[in-house]
Design a protein around this ligand. Sequence first.
Ligand SMILES: Nc1ncnc2c1ncn2[C@@H]1O[C@H](COP(=O)(O)OP(=O)(O)O)[C@@H](O)[C@H]1O
Ligand SMILES: [Mg+2]
Length: 353
Amino acid sequence: MTTLTKTEGEKAPTGPDSFLSVRDLRVRFSTEDGIVKAVDGLSFDVERGKTLGIVGESGSGKSVTNLTVLGLHNPKSSTVEGEILLEGQDLVTASEKEMEKLRGNKVAMIFQDPLTALSPYYTVGRQIAEPYMKHTGASKKEARARAIEMLTKVGIPQPKTRVDDYPHQFSGGMRQRAMIAMALVCDPDLLIADEPTTALDVTVQAQILDLLKDLQQEFGSAIIFITHDLGVISDMADDLLVMYSGRAVERGSVREVLREPKHPYTWGLLSSMPRLGGDTDQALNPIPGSPPSLLNPPSGCPFHPRCAFTDQVSGDRCSTERPALGEGRAAACHLTAEQKQTIFFDTIQPRLR
Ligand SMILES: Nc1ncnc2c1ncn2[C@@H]1O[C@H](COP(=O)(O)OP(=O)(O)O)[C@@H](O)[C@H]1O
Ligand SMILES: [Mg+2]
C-alpha cells in the first residue's frame, strides 16, 4: 500500500510495491443508444505476488476493466483514457504488437467459460504448448513435455494420454483446469481470473480455488480475482476493490473491509449474501432497486437512488456531489466516519449474524 498522499484530481504516484497501477481509467462504448460509460474514473493497484479481489454486481464494469488491461477491448467501438502502468509501461498507449508480446506471457487470463479460451479444433496439449513455443522459443518436443507437466500440475489424471484429447473429451471442471494450465504455462507475473468458478458446482469450485492458491504459491503470480461472490473473496484475496457503476466505491485489505465495511453498497452486498453454513431457506435481502444506467448515470453518488442513508447527509450532496475515494483504506461516501461506524455496528452487523 502506498504511503504517498495525493490531492484531488492529481495522478497518484505509484507505490514501491505496485506492480500494476491503474489510474483514472475511463472506458466508453459508442452504441446506437448513446455513450456507455462502462468504466468511469477507476484507480487501483496490484502488488507483486498478491491477490486483488474485485467484487460488484453484474454490469459494474469488472470484465471491461480487465479486458482493457489485456488490451482486448475493441478499439473501433470503445475509447480508453487514463493510465494502466505495468511495471512502469503504459498499456493504454502500447501498440497491439507490444500487447501481443505481453499477453499469455507476462499477463494471462482465465475466464468463466473455458470454451471462450479453448478452441474445439485443437488438442488440449497443443493449445497449452503453442503459447509456450511462441513466447519461449521452445521446440515442439519441449513444449509437449511442458504441456504434460502443466496438466500434471493442475491435477488432470493420466496427463500423458489426456494431452492428446480435445476439449469436448474433458469434463467442465477439467476444461477449467486445462485453461488454467494454458494461462500459467509461461509463468505470468499477473493472472486475471474473471469469475473462474461461477459455472462450476460447489465441490469443483472449491478444488479449483485451492488449485489457484497452490499455483500462486509456486509461481508467485499476482492475481486479479473477479467475482460477485464476497464469500469466495474472503478466501482468495489479500486486497479488495468494490465496484459500482464503473467506479471503485470501497477499497482496503479484505480483512479490514469484511470486518468493518464503510460503504452502504458494500453493506448491501454483505446483507444479500447467503450465510456460510446458514439455513438455506433463510430470506436473503437483495439490495432494493437495480444497478444504474451507464448511458445516463445518476448525478452525484451513483448509489444514491438505492441508498437508505442519504437522509443522514446534509443537504442534497448525495445527489449532486460525486464522493471521492481517498487513498488507502477508503470508501467513496458522504457519510462521516462516525456515521459509517455507528450505522454498520448498530444496524447492519446485527442483521448479518
Ligand atoms: N462492447 C460493448 N459495447 C457496449 N457496451 C458494453 C460492451 N461491453 C460491455 N458493455 C457494457 O459495459 C458495462 C460493464 O460491463 P462488464 O464489465 O461486462 O460488467 P461486469 O463484468 O461487472 O458484469 C455493462 O453495462 C455492459 O453492458
Ligand atoms: Mg463480467
